[in-house]
Design a protein around this ligand. Structure first.
Ligand code: SF4
Length: 235
């Protein structure tokens, strides 16, 4: 999992159902005509402007612990802190849909083209998440070819489930994603928007299971961990 990847647009494009479900909208066949037109337009814009790419690098347990160093509280009281000690392999990654797409979204909002901007933003958010998924399956395939056919990979990211966005500082210092045009500002937000970062964690499916009863779970609106855990145990 070392080096830079330029993804084919075809693979990086999210599914329509994926985009709509993430926005709490009905499935494509039940979508009002106006929203369907916005969705078609957003996919055209995505195809024109997205430049999906990633940088990734394998790290040892000790390297990962260096990256995780600097938590505001005990690392064991976070999801990644509970998962990584049980894992077998790790790779850091940063992936992005690139500057032109981010710029197009910004332009739409700046010119009050709000409906189109909102839908393109939604497609791009799902597209960025898809890059994490593509990298996870690639890492899983690679481990399978190297004698670990039962390894299951999930991405864990700063900004989620107890790992604060400040965690990106150490991750960026080690991976240097400036090589694919992604930088971090003083608030630890990535530029361009529609970039994702994290660690791919590999091991038997069971290592990804945990009880979501951390203090920070009280404020969680998505409860996304349930579907993530189910997805990895289904494979
Ligand atoms: S409930 Fe939400 S915050 Fe808690 S572990 Fe699951 S996804 Fe993370």
């Amino acid at each position: 999992m070392n080096g830079i990847t330029h993804f084919e647009l075809e693979g990086a494009r999210p599914g329509r159902e994926e985009v709509l479900s993430a926005q709490g909208l009905p499935e494509p066949s039940a979508l009002p005509e106006r929203l369907r037109a916005l969705l078609d337009d957003a996919f055209e814009e995505f195809d024109t402007h997205a430049e999906p790419r990633a940088i990734a690098g394998d790290v040892s347990l000790a390297d990962l612990e260096d990256v995780l160093d600097g938590f505001d509280g005990p690392v064991g009281e976070t999801v990644i802190g509970q998962i990584y000690p049980r894992a077998e392999a790790f790779a850091l990654y940063v992936a992005t849909l690139g500057i032109p797409l981010a710029e197009r979204i910004r332009e739409m909002f700046a010119t009050n083209d709000l409906g189109r901007g909102w839908m393109l933003d939604a497609v791009a958010s799902s597209g960025a998440d898809r890059l994490s998924y593509l990298l996870s399956t690639r890492f899983e395939d690679e481990l399978g070819r190297n004698g670990h056919p039962l390894s299951r990979v999930l991405p864990y990211s700063p900004g989620y489930c107890g790992w604060t966005v400040r965690g990106q500082k150490n991750l960026f210092a080690r991976l240097r994603p400036e090589a694919i045009g992604v930088t971090l500002n003083d608030s630890c937000l990535m530029t361009p928007i529609k970039s994702v970062s994290g660690v791919l964690v590999a091991g038997p499916g069971e290592i990804h299971r945990f009880r979501p009863d951390f203090d920070f779970c009280d404020e969680c609106k998505t409860r996304a961990c349930g579907a993530r855990m189910a997805s990895v145990l289904r494979r």
